[in-house]
Design a protein around this ligand. Structure first.
Ligand code: MTE
Ligand code: MO
Length: 394
């Protein structure tokens, strides 16, 4: 058993090493992280043909997504870092579980090995940032919002592997009157406009902890990459990205409601945001040039944090007429597989030269759909409106 102090020292040393190693391979990407740090915030390569690089954040380019592939490889998955990816030594890593919601408030510390001894479970879920689509508040609705101006690429589908939070909390001795769990990351404290908000952390209700919350170390059959939370992250399937704390350092279990700036100041619109809305994206470049001819096959994906997708409609004439897209998910059944996304295709017959807007509108089995306009909020969260995707047929 090691102390949290030891963990911290090893992380600091490892970050410095990581900076030296990545500085040589990442080139321009490292420069984009700005004056805040010499070390890059994201350690994996971010090739320009697959990512839009915002420095501490990077989104997947939808035109680089392979329509034949259901899952998003970790190498292609968006990254959202409040600070910078820490490199954590799995040998000295420990998860601390404590709080007045535990029979022993001092709690326990679990090594990775101890965590991996619980029954393994796998689940596929769409992993998405709350601010995905944020740029469309400005470009499509003329509204001002703050935050990273994501297009639609702050999302991916991942097959996660881990253990149930429920099993771990039960074994660790949770009290029956516990109501709230706060997850805290091991990355550096988040300093914004001169204010130190402490480590990235967010509470979630005990109901979610006992429903489908997982502690995950695997993604798509591999270990988590450092940027995605190695060696262990929390996963709250279907919930907004910030709920799934990376580099999980502790779970505080409480008999009273816990809060943090990440559920009061941010990621809050009349209350903490939780379940992701319905959204859709075309696997197509923005302002794509499409060859005129007999047919052009449009492909893309739709997803929801609440339920499988039930219907996808597509319009190639700016919303004047709509057709049902054909749902398919190569290698997987459509729906019925947890909170994964639906893949779909639509054949555009006889596209004639001109400029067009392609619109996609999905609905989920919970009866939710995509509105024509998203509800404005200053943080630019939950842009779930139908996106008008411009193309030119040449
Ligand atoms: N410790 C920690 N966890 C975190 C974050 C962070 O900055 N630090 N960012 C959150 C946000 S806002 C999102 S959208 C997801 C992004 O996960 P990814 O980078 O693995 O795609 O992680 C969440 N968990
Ligand atoms: Mo996020």
């Amino acid at each position: 058993m090691t102390s949290p102090g030891l963990n911290r020292r090893s992380f600091l040393t490892a970050s410095a090493l990581g900076a030296a190693a990545v500085g040589t391979t990442q080139g321009a990407g490292a420069v984009a992280s700005g004056a805040a740090a010499a070390a890059p915030a994201i350690l994996k390569p971010l090739p320009a043909e697959r990512f839009i690089d915002y420095g501490t954040n990077a989104e997947t380019r939808w035109d680089s997504v392979d329509p034949r592939r259901y899952l998003t490889p970790q190498s292609d998955l968006f990254v959202r870092n409040h600070t910078a990816t820490p490199q954590i030594d799995p040998a000295s890593y420990e998860l601390r579980i404590f709080g007045d919601g535990m029979r022993d408030p001092a709690g326990v510390r679990l090594t990775l090995e101890e965590i991996k001894a619980f029954r393994h479970v796998e689940t596929t879920s769409v992993h998405e940032c709350t601010g995905n689509g944020r740029s469309f508040f400005a470009t499509q609705q003329g509204q001002e919002v703050s935050g990273t101006r994501w297009t639609l690429g702050a999302v991916g589908a991942v097959r996660w592997k881990g253990v149930r939070v429920k099993d771990v909390l039960t074994a660790a001795g949770i009290r029956p009157d516990a109501v709230s769990v706060q997850a805290t990351g091991l990355d550096a404290s988040y300093v914004d406009k001169g204010v130190d908000h402490g480590r990235v952390r967010r509470p979630f209700p005990i109901e979610k902890a006992f429903d489908d919350a997982l502690l995950v170390w695997g993604a798509n059959g591999e270990a988590l990459l450092p940027d995605h939370g190695f060696p262990l992250r929390l996963l709250l399937p279907g919930w907004i990205g910030i709920a799934s704390i990376k580099w999980l350092g502790s779970l505080e279990v409480s008999t009273s409601e816990l809060t943090s700036p990440w559920d009061t100041k941010w990621y809050n619109v009349d209350g903490p945001l939780t379940v992701n809305p319905v959204r859709s994206a075309l696997e197509l470049e923005w302002n794509a040039e499409i060859p005129a001819g007999d047919r052009f096959v449009l492909t893309g994906r739709s997803w929801s944090g609440a339920a499988p997708i039930s219907r996808v409609e597509i319009s190639v004439d700016g919303g004047a007429t709509w057709a049902l897209a054909t749902q398919h998910a190569p290698g997987r059944p459509t729906g019925g597989h947890g909170l994964g996304w639906a893949q779909w295709a639509h054949t555009w017959r006889d596209p004639e030269p001109g400029t067009y807007e392609i619109l996609v509108r999905a609905a989920d089995r919970a009866g939710r759909t995509q509105p024509d306009a998203a509800a404005h909020n200053p943080g630019g969260y939950f842009f779930d409106a139908v996106v008008r995707h411009p193309v030119t047929v040449v």
